[in-house]
Design a protein around this ligand. Structure first.
Ligand code: PLP
Length: 224
């Protein structure tokens, strides 16, 4: 068995074990394979193993790979920082955007989403570790931005995304996720059904705290 196949089996087993440990429904957590810096051939190989959702951070790189893989039925997720002059290709070529952190970006994505495509699925990126340097809104800004983004016609607001500070301790990994999950529950909006958090190093903690999409790169494709 080749190593990509082993890695996928390992991560899928890890997700399943975490779902069971957290009393979550099996299959309720979606694996988003983060393929940034990896060639189209590796995406194709993962596709043949049944993977359909892929996450990319760098727009130019993603557009090239999308062309190379046009024959595949892939769901593309944009998860990287967004410059406002780059929203058009994102609106045209992706199914999901996880990294929306201001209204202006959301407005542009909505305006530029082609009319023949379904609404673009959106997660709002929240800075749950609270460092100044990271992108993402503060938790206090969430209710207001949720309201504003929900009013945009060509977007479908699905939930939140977070990238906390790396942390080794399992209980401390859980803390910011719990806080974010509770903040979304308080909004009491069933349409906010997506919690995009958990990476290679902390997917168990994320799943224990309600993650519905884990974004995994290294554990699947190896180091970058
Ligand atoms: C690179 C990246 C990931 C994947 O991280 P790994 O540690 O390689 O699993 C997930 N989310 C975002 C936003 C990333 O940029």
């Amino acid at each position: 068995m080749n190593s990509l196949k082993q890695h996928f089996q390992l991560v899928r087993n890890q997700i399943r074990a975490a779902e069971i440990a957290a009393n979550r429904t099996i299959g309720s957590v979606q694996l988003l394979a983060v393929s940034k810096t990896k060639p189209a051939e590796q995406i194709a190989a993962a596709y043949r193993l049944g993977q359909r959702h892929f996450g990319e951070n760098y727009l130019q790189e993603a557009l090239i790979k999308q062309q190379q893989l046009a024959a595949f039925n892939i769901s593309w997720h944009f998860i990287g920082p967004i410059q406002s002059n780059k929203t058009k290709p994102i609106a045209c070529h992706f199914d999901w955007v996880h990294s929306v952190d201001r209204l202006k970006i959301a407005e542009r994505l909505s305006e530029q989403r082609p009319a023949n495509l379904p609404p673009l699925n959106i997660c709002l990126q929240v800075n749950i570790s609270g460092e100044d340097s990271k992108s993402g809104i503060r938790l206090e800004q969430l209710p207001e931005l949720v309201k504003q983004v929900q009013a945009l016609p060509s977007l479908r607001l699905r939930g939140v995304m977070a990238i906390p500070e790396p942390e080794d301790d399992y209980q401390r990994q859980r803390q910011p996720y719990r806080q974010l999950y509770q903040a979304v529950q308080q909004l009491n909006q069933p349409s906010l059904d997506s919690f995009s958090y958990g990476m290679s190093g902390d997917l168990e903690a994320a799943i224990a705290e309600g993650a519905t999409i884990v974004r995994i790169g290294t554990a699947l494709f190896g180091s970058r």
